[in-house]
Design a binder for this molecule. Structure first.
Ligand SMILES: O=C(CO)COP(=O)(O)O
Length: 132
């Protein structure tokens, strides 16, 4: 079986339009990944890019961030695109911190804003090698 890299997409409400624009701009490249997303982010991306199959997890405040964190801990993700809203207080701030922390612990590529995500998705190294 051929290796298919996995990428998670997460965006806070104020950043969801950015995520939709990102997905539209990179739809061909994203089609090469198994995509996972928190609930509402996944719905927005699927609606904007119907040809992209996105596995939707729970909404972030209801545990979706933690589900993605668990995937990282289990070695099942090759990258995280997480458009964080730095200007709004979040009821699940601890989950946000836990998710970004695990991406650091396991040293997976993580883009926290559109500019970095454009660079990351443009890199041939993203998802190039099977997970160890
Ligand atoms: O809250 C989120 C990330 O912390 C995102 O969750 P939704 O995609 O369900 O809005």
């Amino acid at each position: 079986m051929t290796f298919r890299p996995a990428l998670a997409l997460v965006a806070h409400d104020a950043k969801k339009d950015d995520m939709v624009a990102f997905a539209r701009a990179h739809v061909d490249r994203l089609a090469g990944f198994d995509l996972y997303a928190t609930g509402t982010t996944g719905a927005r991306v699927s609606e904007a890019c119907p040809r992209l199959p996105v596995t939707r997890l729970k909404s972030g405040p209801l545990g979706g961030d933690q589900q993605i964190g668990a995937m990282i801990a289990e070695g099942r993700l090759d990258g995280l695109v997480f458009f964080v809203d730095p200007l709004s207080p979040m009821p699940h701030d601890v989950d946000v911190k836990a998710l970004t922390r695990l991406a650091l612990v396991y040293d997976i590529p993580m883009a926290l804003n559109r500019c970095t995500a454009d660079m990351m998705i443009g890199s041939p190294r993203l998802g190039a090698a099977p997970r160890s």
